[in-house]
Ligand binder design. Structure first.
Ligand SMILES: NC(=O)C1=CN([C@@H]2O[C@H](COP(=O)(O)OP(=O)(O)OC[C@H]3O[C@@H](n4cnc5c(N)ncnc54)[C@H](OP(=O)(O)O)[C@@H]3O)[C@@H](O)[C@H]2O)C=CC1
Ligand SMILES: N[C@@H](CC=O)C(=O)O
Length: 350
């Protein structure tokens, strides 16, 4: 039976939860999916780096995280050493889950590039590399005969990108609109229930929904990246970040929310893209007071939903978790499962 060796880059909420899933469900995954997973390296800004080709002891690694604790006391180093670990470790697959940088995608873009250049497949939940360097990195993966998967970059573990690519074959997609950020949707809902804006953000942080800098959620940067990913991956839009108009929810006041409620409306942060008659695509993100009978008005909490406009089926809507540590760790697992399926198909056809 195949065992895939994994390196985790970034050991925060998502990659820690992936490690927990591997520790607690490894045997079940092995019997159900026909492959095993072994973590052979971890790097993290605070903990440093740990490389153990025979397999990291997760019962030890998962307990680390206290102030001043590093991997140095456990056979590793206090230095992060990302490039050397990514290039030289024995992993088959690199799981990149460091913070999303909406400006240039770094350092995650470099992490992905180093991995692909050294013949390792990558799965990531990091929106930066996918939105800002997606085409280049996918081409690099192909040149090196490896995989670059990123299902968790949009709507966490809810299948959207792969599902739309596979299941919408034969349809023409003319656009989409959706709620694509769990944090801002959660915050708007909590404000509607009377909670203070900052207290609502703190709750979203505690629940593991928010970005390292929650301004990315609140000011619409996160949705801007997700709209860019969906537009380029599914509509072949060929657009850049500057082409996606951005406005977040920080301008929506408690009074706006009360007024909308009186009028039978509810504020939502909507990301959308649509094909113009000349084939070009217009895309943006902005807060909208939707009428309560709108299909997206009832999507609450950290749930996300995206409605695709297709030529033969009309609107097709996908809804599910949009954030959360477990939900997003599952996205990485689904990427690994997709890589295994592709590899199995290639060997069956050889
Ligand atoms: N949480 C969610 O619901 C979702 C998250 N995502 C994306 O997944 C990624 C991970 O999210 P999450 O786990 O919640 O975030 P966290 O902030 O919990 O974890 C990120 C980890 O990466 C570490 N890190 C930062 N820079 C580096 C670096 N250069 N080298 C090594 N480690 C580094 C951080 O260390 P330190 O804390 O010291 O900075 C932290 O431990 C993000 O890109 C996020 O946008 C996508 C979908 C949903
Ligand atoms: N911070 C993001 C996490 C997923 O991308 C969100 O709240 O949606």
């Amino acid at each position: 039976m195949t065992t895939y060796d994994i390196a985790l880059i970034g050991f925060g909420g998502v990659n820690r939860t992936l490690a927990e899933l591997i520790a607690t469900r490894g045997e079940r995954l092995r019997s159900e999916l026909g492959f095993g997973l072994r973590i052979v390296a971890i790097t993290d800004l605070r903990l440093g780096s740990l490389v153990q080709p025979e397999g990291v002891d997760l019962s030890v690694a998962l307990k680390l995280g206290g102030e001043n604790e590093t991997f140095a006391a456990h056979g590793g180093s206090a230095d992060t050493n990302n490039e050397s670990v990514i290039r030289n470790c024995t992993a088959d697959i690199i799981c990149e889950a460091t913070f999303t940088n909406p400006d240039d995608g770094e350092p995650a873009v470099s992490h992905v590039r180093w991995a692909l250049e050294s013949g390792k497949s990558v799965c990531t939940t990091n929106k930066g590399p996918v939105a800002l360097r997606g085409a280049e990195l996918s081409a690099l993966a192909e040149q090196n005969g490896v995989h670059f998967e990123f299902e968790g970059a949009v709507m966490s573990g809810t299948p959207v990108i792969r599902l739309a690519k596979k299941m919408f074959a034969g349809l023409k997609l003319n656009g989409f609109e959706g709620i694509l950020n769990g944090t801002s949707n959660y915050v708007l809902g909590r404000m509607e229930a009377g909670l203070d804006f900052h207290a609502a953000i703190r709750e979203a942080q505690e629940l593991g929904y928010a970005e390292a800098n929650p301004a990315a959620d609140i000011e619409g940067y996160d949705v801007q990246l997700k709209v860019l990913i969906l537009a380029n991956e599914l509509l072949d839009a060929g657009i850049e970040l500057k082409d996606v108009h951005r406005q977040g929810i920080s301008t929506v006041t408690p009074e706006d929310i009360r007024k909308a409620a009186r009028e039978g409306r509810r504020w939502k942060l909507i990301g959308a893209a649509g094909r113009n008659p000349d084939g070009s695509v217009t895309a943006g993100v902005s807060p909208v007071a939707l009428p309560l009978d709108h299909g997206l008005a009832g999507v609450s909490g950290a749930t996300n939903a995206v409605s695709f406009e297709t030529d033969l089926l009309g609107a097709v809507t996908i809804s599910g978790p949009g954030a959360g540590r477990v939900e997003t760790a599952y996205a990485l697992l689904s990427d690994i499962i997709a890589m295994h399926a592709a590899r199995t198909e290639v060997s069956a056809n050889a």
